[in-house]
Write a protein that binds this ligand. Sequence first.
Ligand SMILES: [Mn+2]
Length: 241
Amino acid sequence: MKKVLIAVTPGLSQGEGRYYTSAAYFDALEACGAIPVLVSMKPEESDFEEVAKRVDGFLFSGGNDVSPDEYGQNMRIGCGEVQPERDRAELGYFRAAVRLDRPVLAICRGIQLINVAAGGTLYQDIPGEYRAEDGAARLLHSQHSPANVATQYVNVSKPSRLYGFVKEERIMVNSHHHQAVDRVGEGFVVTARADDGIIECIEKTDMSFCVGVQWHPEHLWQKDPKQKAIFEAFVKACRGE
Ligand SMILES: [Mn+2]
């Protein structure tokens, strides 16, 4: 079987000039038969499409907050550290992926990034800005437990790509985020929400595969086949199946 090449976007340290990411993304992709590679966060404009042509898919990883400037807002109290350099690089790669219809899996910061790329907005800080409708209890989206512990329910829409992977309408996930999708970007549909209404999955229906999840399946797949199914489906899409 063909082993696909998947571009993974790294985090970028401010001071030391390091690219870094969690090995868990690599482990999950490799377990599904892919070859993951890290891509530069300082590419030239023409590199975006060059990279998109040569890889079979993109994984947009977790990390710091997207600059509110990218969705036309001031930075409000509660917003965390931003890195304009990383925003520019990931927005460029994502737009190239859209143009060439390369499969995209976007995780945590990734779902926020692709939503902003499509003209959507974010809650800059859930505890400070989000109030659940109809009085639903506010949930802990920045869990204190380790990442391999699932702590919240997510309600999966049916039909959806996500439902096709996990085949359940209510799944347990981990939660390590203080921001979330607010206004949904053009071309995306919401396919999962937490019990307080926070958006946990979006999908771009006009691409062969473009799924953003707010949780971290890369820390759950080893003990939860439903989470592994997300990576399996992504790698399959990268193979063109
Ligand atoms: Mn959550």
